[in-house]
Design a protein around this ligand. Sequence first.
Ligand SMILES: [Fe+2]
Ligand SMILES: [Fe+2]
Length: 278
Amino acid sequence: MLISEIIQKVKSECSGKWKDYVIEESTTRDKILYGNPNQECTGIVVTLFASVDVIKRAKELGANFIIVHEALFWNHGDHTDWLVDNETYKQKVELLGDICVWRNHDYIHSGIMIDGQYVDGIFTGLMHELGWEKYLTKELKYPREYTIDEKPVKELCDELMDKLHLNGIKCAGDMNGTCKKIMFPMHLIGQIDNDVTKYVEENDIDTLICMEATDFTTSEYIRDSAMLGRNKRILAVGHFNVEEPGMKWFAEHMKEYIDVNIEFVRSGDAYSFVKNVH
Ligand SMILES: [Fe+2]
Ligand SMILES: [Fe+2]
């Protein structure tokens, strides 16, 4: 099967619509980021981010096609004209060789058909990895809000570190209380943060498990809330760590309709933590 045929098949298995927005070829992020798709596929690696280690693993597996969720060359739109003299860029390109890389971002978020309805593949994969299906309290299409069996914060942190393969979690707010009403907000980078703060307040959310968490918005509100004795905290698990299980789930789903060897390769937690013990 040609790589280009695999891409078409994956797209056809997705909704292609994102709320009111219909994915268009001219504007979608989901482009060939590197290489030639008009070649026979020797194997597929599915990952969140095609890091150098992921590319090396693809080569060990004999796979010439990598499907990613994030950009390959470190910027929105994967522009490379500014990188021609960049040593890491040059070495990464050399390592890629004949490998083709395609981004599946808009399509997987637009929805994969499960039990008669399209669901966001990334957040559905996260829900399955956590085993939280029975706790889901909001819509199935974008599963991002849960009411779990109440447990101490540290117990929830242990569960997240274990299931999401984390080196640690950056936390703010009350670390001695209990967690029950949980929300995964999207990127807290200054755009939707006031809406999230309002939502937390109005819906009595006690725990945010977030992708990015900037210091100057919702994190401040959570911190002040905790200082006033309110049971609230933010667990900044990280953007890629939240989304990685979605690509693992997608790799399994792909096996139902693509007859080529498919391996999920974890790009893993980028962060390590140094704790001040003094
Ligand atoms: Fe992302
Ligand atoms: Fe995403």
